[in-house]
Design a protein around this ligand. Sequence first.
Ligand code: MN
Ligand code: MN
Length: 326
Amino acid sequence: MPIKSPRRYPELADPQAQPRYTGISTFFRTVFSQSLHDTDIGLIGVPFDGGVTNRSGARHGPRAVRDQSSLLRRIHGTTGFIPFAQARIHDLGDAWIERPYELEGALDEIQEFLSTVVDAGVIPISVGGDHSISLPILRAVAADGPVGLIHIDAHCDTGDDYLGSRFHHGAPFRRAVDENLVDPKRVIQIGIRGTTNDPDMWGFSERSGMRVLGMDEFQDKGWAYAVEEARRVAGDGAVYLTYDIDSLDPVHAPGTGTPEAGGITSIEALRLLRGLRGLDFIGADLVEVAPSFDVGTITAFNAASLLFEILCLVTEAWQARKPPTG
Ligand code: MN
Ligand code: MN
């Protein structure tokens, strides 16, 4: 028996219906559970930022996003979709790292956590952490062959060796191509911009066959065009969604390690994601929220709001794959 059971409002027995400022922070006020057999979709924190090339702090992202996600409600405001009514969605806690000072060992630990989740048939939605975490996650979700990728970011993250390491947050998607985890012809990168020190910074993406939709093109043609392009490139097969919060304009997301001026607004990002309904998402992540650079929690709040759109997309895809019962 809980110490406090609601007397006047029995519906408050559902923790998600209790006042949103109460309770221990979990993603969207879902129940914390590590039992994979009764979970369909798992929300996972990955508090690791050992792969950053500049300002650190994204290891604190999961806590900040959990906290801000308590402001969100259960029903999607536009579509009426209620992910929590369709699937068993739990906060699976953190894929925390025992060896945070050993980058490649840490990535292996993340992969092991994610493989345990995926092998149990649970669909993972992970919150970073820096973008280096997407490589071990892809190793887990694309173990059976390459997948499509919708990648929203200010940066292509297809760089190579940097200061002696092939693994950092500027290289996960080059490594993912090397390791045959993604099919570059089914990869789109949206929101790309900013200065570089390498005149060929985005060259690998283009030469490997990825569609690079830069921010100038995004502004000229709009979010709906980006949706069309993403749907065309990703196609009907299994697709993974990776969302770097620095794709947003720094006005909408100051709390991140490598900001770039001239980005996507929060309403454009919400509509871009919503436009991807119906694609066969097999997992997703949201990365690079660094709360120590945040202003009034705006970055973590926008991240939580985008994460709700992502949760709706992934839940609908899970539903569409579910064999009919009865
Ligand atoms: Mn990135
Ligand atoms: Mn980025």
